[in-house]
Design a protein around this ligand. Structure first.
Ligand SMILES: NC(=O)c1ccc[n+]([C@@H]2O[C@H](COP(=O)([O-])OP(=O)(O)OC[C@H]3O[C@@H](n4cnc5c(N)ncnc54)[C@H](O)[C@@H]3O)[C@@H](O)[C@H]2O)c1
Length: 285
């Protein structure tokens, strides 16, 4: 269902790889809500992935670019302004990759060259993107720039490895640049901290299915899926959120505020050698 929330707006969506990608869903919803967009991903992803099909379906030009390369990013903003016919109203950074995770290097045995790549691809690229846009004065007044994050930025999640450090940096960049860009040009910058979601990047995380199941059971509303994440992104791109900036916004069914749930307590009691005394107190074996 469309509410025309993005009618007449121009946007750039980075990171749609296939129809599981969160960016894919955001691109579809943005066009449904009346926006015109361009899509960008690495040259390899454009060749190997399905983003060109999405471009055809949405009437969106696909601009190959490596988000760690400043020249590429400037080209994406310039080309998008040319194609879409004016300044950009919204940008989605939906990019993440850890070569340490890919090579199964554990956190206490990471390769530092690979750590630099993780940080560059998954976090510093956000800074490069915003700086490139600002230098070109490419973002319209009250434009909205969003990146996708994960709660491992604040809490230790087994298996998330150096992506946790990347997400902490990503969220910090949203605050630091959000101040400057907001003060000077009314541009807002936020991160959405999304539930674990079954995507290509998501499936690289160690123990992903257990993590998803745990988060789902722990959250009073259950995990948020990629379509629901896309809806939240649309609201953040719209004029309904013009004064929201420098925030990390949890979109996780309540998970981030939970400590212990009734279900988890029941499961905990079942998993050890425990039994209840007649007065209801628990005896630990
Ligand atoms: N899937 C989850 O559980 C989950 C949860 C919270 C946050 N996120 C975040 O959502 C974002 C999107 O991930 P996704 O789950 O949709 O997976 P995805 O694999 O579909 O998307 C990741 C994208 O990053 C792109 N990318 C990698 N290196 C790049 C580079 N150098 N330049 C440009 N693009 C590059 C990939 O080509 C791919 O399109 C990521 O930031 C991810 O960390 C995912």
């Amino acid at each position: 269902m469309s509410y025309n929330l993005l009618k007449g707006k121009r946007g750039i969506i980075f990171g749609a790889l296939n129809d599981m990608s969160i960016a894919w869903k955001v691109a579809e919803r943005a066009v449904e809500e009346g926006a015109t967009i361009t899509l960008s991903n690495t040259p390899v992803a454009v060749r190997m992935g399905d983003v060109s099909k999405l471009g055809e379906k949405l009437g969106a030009e696909v601009i190959p670019a490596d988000a760690t390369n400043v020249d590429d990013l400037e080209m994406v903003f310039q080309r998008s302004m040319d194609v879409l016919g004016g300044k950009i109203d919204f940008v989605l950074h939906s990019i993440g990759m850890s070569p340490n995770v890919r090579k199964k290097r554990l956190y206490d045995d990471i390769d530092y060259d690979l750590l630099n790549k993780t940080l560059d691809i998954s976090a510093v690229s956000f800074h490069k993107m915003i700086q490139a846009a600002k230098k070109l004065d490419a973002i319209a007044d009250y434009g909205s720039i969003l990146a996708l994050s994960y709660i491992a930025a604040q809490r230790t999640m087994f298996g998330y490895n150096d992506m946790a450090d990347a997400k902490a940096l990503l969220e910090s960049i949203a605050r630091s640049f959000g101040y400057i860009y907001g003060r000077e040009k009314h541009v807002r910058i936020n991160t959405i901290s999304q539930s674990p979601t079954q995507t290509t990047a998501g499936s690289g995380v160690k123990g992903m299915s257990s993590l998803m199941d745990f988060a789902n059971r722990m959250s009073p509303l259950g995990n948020a899926d990629a379509d629901e994440c896309a809806n939240y992104c649309i609201v953040m791109f719209s004029d309904l959120t013009r004064k929201v900036t420098m925030q990390n916004l949890f979109h996780d069914g309540g998970f981030s505020s939970m400590g212990m749930s009734l279900r988890a307590m029941d499961q905990y009691e079942k998993s050890f050698d425990l039994y209840r005394n007649p007065d209801g107190t628990i005896q630990y074996g």
